[in-house]
Design a protein around this ligand. Structure first.
Ligand SMILES: Cc1cc2nc3c(=O)[nH]c(=O)nc-3n(C[C@H](O)[C@H](O)[C@H](O)COP(=O)(O)OP(=O)(O)OC[C@H]3O[C@@H](n4cnc5c(N)ncnc54)[C@H](O)[C@@H]3O)c2cc1C
Ligand code: FES
Length: 248
């Protein structure tokens, strides 16, 4: 992990309030699936954590939703601007060579870090089912990108405007998806519901972060069984084995 200044190659709107930014940087060589970068955004004091969606030899991609001051400013950055980040941060998704049937479940802006996971498993020719959940069709992104990797892709929208009407679990049931080694990221209620059904795999958590490097204890969560054990989401996480972290 180090401070790095990359060059923005593109920053485009790919769905409602949702942007994809590609950055040229040698930092890409150090990245693992599910890690994040902590971005310095002009005019804000604290860095903003955003997942690494994918990386190549000397570029990496982030996908972010505009929700406040920092992400709104980020959306105005243009090609050739510089991007100051600290990264790659945290522990990401381990890849299991012995797992043949992978289930990837992403909700909203929880989808981005799962794309590199799909790339890793498809490059090993594994069977990957992907379930993407969004509120409505205007917010959907990366359905085609996952399909292009050779994944089986299913969508769920709360208003039924695309795919199954309802949650990701409704889509899993409707499509009789049996892959059971899970990689998930998304809103808390979705993660909680998935943990009741799946026992093997990994979940990526979010928290409001201050330092982003394990120093302030601002992002802690408790062990599921022993409430005296704490984990820093920015340092020991954001990815944890299913069943390790308590939701309360
Ligand atoms: C490890 C990690 C990875 C993340 N990856 C992504 C990603 O790939 N794409 C993406 O769009 N977002 C991601 N986020 C969330 C992102 O960090 C926040 O949306 C962003 O910091 C908001 O900054 P802002 O200045 O625009 O909003 P603020 O003005 O700071 O806040 C605006 C609103 O967003 C909410 N918010 C702010 N930070 C968070 C947070 N960390 N989690 C949940 N809600 C928050 C606030 O409660 C408030 O309602 C990630 C967060 C973490 C911790
Ligand atoms: S944000 Fe400071 S310890 Fe995680």
């Amino acid at each position: 992990m180090k401070e790095d200044i990359g060059i923005i190659l593109s920053n485009e709107c790919i769905a409602q309030d949702t942007y994809r930014m590609v950055i040229q940087s040698s930092l890409a060589k150090q990245m693992n699936p599910g890690q994040f970068v902590n971005i310095q955004v002009e005019g804000t004091f604290l860095r903003r954590p955003i997942s690494i969606s994918s990386y190549e030899e000397d570029t990496y991609t982030i996908i972010y939703k505009v929700v406040g001051t920092g992400t709104a400013k980020l959306s105005t950055y243009q090609a050739n601007d510089q991007l100051n980040v600290v990264g790659p941060c945290g522990h990401g998704f381990p890849i299991h060579e012995d797992q043949d049937n992978i289930l990837i479940v992403g909700g909203g802006v929880g989808v981005p870090p799962l794309y590199q996971v799909a790339k890793e498993y498809r490059s090993r020719n594994k069977n990957v089912a992907v379930v993407l959940g969004f509120n409505d069709a205007s917010q959907l992104f990366y359905e085609k990108e996952f399909k292009d990797l050779g994944c089986e892709v299913f969508t769920a929208t709360m208003d039924g405007s695309v795919g199954t009407k309802g949650t990701v679990l409704d889509a899993i049931a409707e499509n009789h998806i049996t892959n059971d080694f899970l990689y998930s990221c998304g809103p808390m209620p979705m993660l909680k519901a998935l943990e009741k059904v799946y026992e093997k795999g990994y979940t990526s958590f979010e928290a409001r972060m201050a330092c982003g490097i394990g120093a302030c204890m601002g992002c802690v969560c408790k062990d599921k069984k022993d409430h005296d054990i704490y984990y820093r989401i920015c340092k020991e996480g954001p990815v944890f084995e299913i069943g390790k972290v308590g939701f309360e």
